[in-house]
Ligand binder design. Sequence first.
Ligand SMILES: *[C@@H]1O[C@H](CO)[C@@H](O)[C@H](O)[C@H]1NC(C)=O
Length: 374
Amino acid sequence: MVSARAMNLVYALLLIHFLVLPSEVLIVEAKTIVKTVSAKAFITAKSSKFGIGIEGVAPDQNGNVYAVGFGGDGTSGIGTVAGPTGAVEQKLLMKDQTASLSFNGLRFLPLSPALAENFELRGLAAEVKTHQVLLMLKSKRDGRTRGSVFCRNDSMIQPNDIAVAPKLGVIYMSGGAYGNVKTVVGHGDLWMCKAKDSFYKTSRDDLGPIPATRLGLFGLTNGIDVSPDEKFLYLTESFHEFGEPKSNVIWKFDINQKTGEVDVTKKTLLVDFEKLDGSGYIDLDGIRCDKEGNLFVTKNGRQGEVVKISPKGELLLRIKLRGVFETTNLDFGGPDGKSLYISGKCVANPDLGCVDVWTDNPVPGRAWTEFQNN
Ligand SMILES: *[C@@H]1O[C@H](CO)[C@@H](O)[C@H](O)[C@H]1NC(C)=O
């Protein structure tokens, strides 16, 4: 005979079993099953006018999307990858005629009312050889794009990529001395340049050169972006050993709303890729936020991949790439700002630069959105 007390215990255990089991299954799923989607080939090896150094994807206020590495070898040319309709358009914007400059990160700034009289486009390009950020202004009068020093300092390691806080009138730059067998702190850095006014209000006497300030030294820094509310700066850091990456993380810093500075001693770890999915050995490259502050991060490995990370550091999505590998950079453009253009070497011809596109993000990119509000 089974006593009533024993039966109650059995019911209780069954109940616990049913209560616990489904939630355990859910937890396992949340940890391991992340949705994976595929990008589409956009600029292919057959049609590409970009070289192996394709980098710095960025939208402008007219809806075009650009990259550096236009016109074959080297990275001294800048051209479009897509026009305002979102279709392929490969046109030269600017090329250093001596081919001695090497551009990397690229960003576009809004035109303030004072500048809109004379210019139709304002951009910034990180230039590695002369350790400066170059200002590009395209004249309405003759259609030419001319470069001048926006900010520079010979102590800059590169700069590699640029992030913009347009309301604060500040830019931030990453940089790394790649090619060291073993990375130590000091092989990478973080810089800022602050204009007198917000980039929406730039006056004619605030076009540079403006002072460059070093905010801190790091391992190799590369991907860099600012949250849509301009409260946080995100920065990737990597350490190499035996010439190969062994760690890759994304740091988050609070931006001082008066000075634009970040205190590098007060950093928060957003993602450690070794802990996240064991991919600390794959270097991170460009990062860009969408309008809601999600981060899109390019991973520079043989199998091209982009991951979407929430502002809390959770892995939301993996985007597998079709035509590119050794992925370099990315940003949103297209008519609704929801098309993510991703650059890298062409799978079909590693001597050329290609672009993939992924069109299914629910919200547009941050930079694209800021141009609409302007
Ligand atoms: C360049 O930056 C370094 C490091 O912060 C600083 O010591 C130096 O004064 C700067 N040079 C110029 C010309 O501003």
